[in-house]
Design a protein around this ligand. Sequence first.
Ligand SMILES: C[S@@+](CC[C@H](N)C(=O)[O-])C[C@H]1O[C@@H](n2cnc3c(N)ncnc32)[C@H](O)[C@@H]1O
Length: 278
Amino acid sequence: MDIPNTAQATSWNGPEGVHWADQKDHTAGGNAALHRLLFGAAAITETDRVLDIGCGAGETTIVAARLAARGHVVGVDLSRPMLERARADGVRSGLVNLRFEEGDAQVHPFPDDHFDVAVSQFGIMFFADPVAAFANIGRAVRPGGRLVFVCPQDIARCAWYTVPNAALLGHPPEPPADALAPGMFSLADRSRIERVLGEAGFRTVTTTAVDVPLYFGRDAANAADFYLGTGPVRAILERDATLTPAAARAILRATLEPYAGPEGVYLGGALWLVSAER
Ligand SMILES: C[S@@+](CC[C@H](N)C(=O)[O-])C[C@H]1O[C@@H](n2cnc3c(N)ncnc32)[C@H](O)[C@@H]1O
């Protein structure tokens, strides 16, 4: 298997991938508002063939498979632990029109002109060569087909990132040293999204600013446990020997308590909702 994004593969196959697979309740429906936006724009029909890029543990793949009830859905990801969870949740869902493939979407040998629509929920910001990756995805989408994804805007506008990390750091988290390097915020600049998709062969690119509360757990303790295993919090713990995991957990829990409601813990996120046509 060809995996040019080796650093991402290592990281999503390591403890963080295991953690995302284990900790998050992927089928609890906590991100229903986000799914309404993503799938509203994707306008999947009953017979569509759908690709879910960076599908992780399959949360959106399962939603897409329900919409494309007489079509089919392929979720692609390079994280084995997350795909294991996705396959298990797929079986539990009883849906038979979905499958998961392990691979790097930048080079994965998708069939040509096959999919009516490609979607992604936060799975397309991690490519070392985004133009090559979106061109490879575009090749798999039929002419006239659609690409629809959501990705985060600027770090400072994403409370789900700044609030817990600032609580542990004692100051707002720094933006990434290299804004273009693969990572959560690599497509925060809308002009970059438009340029990359244009160079990859997509047309009529629209980027719409949306602000959606994102789900992080059923209560503050559960959300604190989720954050504790994420890459940025792991990095803070590695750098600060005086901060024990137990102390970090207590800080996170207290910080997240005001965000907990009857439906769970939600923090705001300024996102780009992006649509383009092949
Ligand atoms: C932030 S997670 C989002 C997962 C899922 N879409 C969700 O919303 O829960 C990013 C996902 O992208 C995957 N990913 C990163 N780079 C990738 C690549 N080059 N090809 C395929 N998947 C990739 C990671 O393994 C991870 O599952």
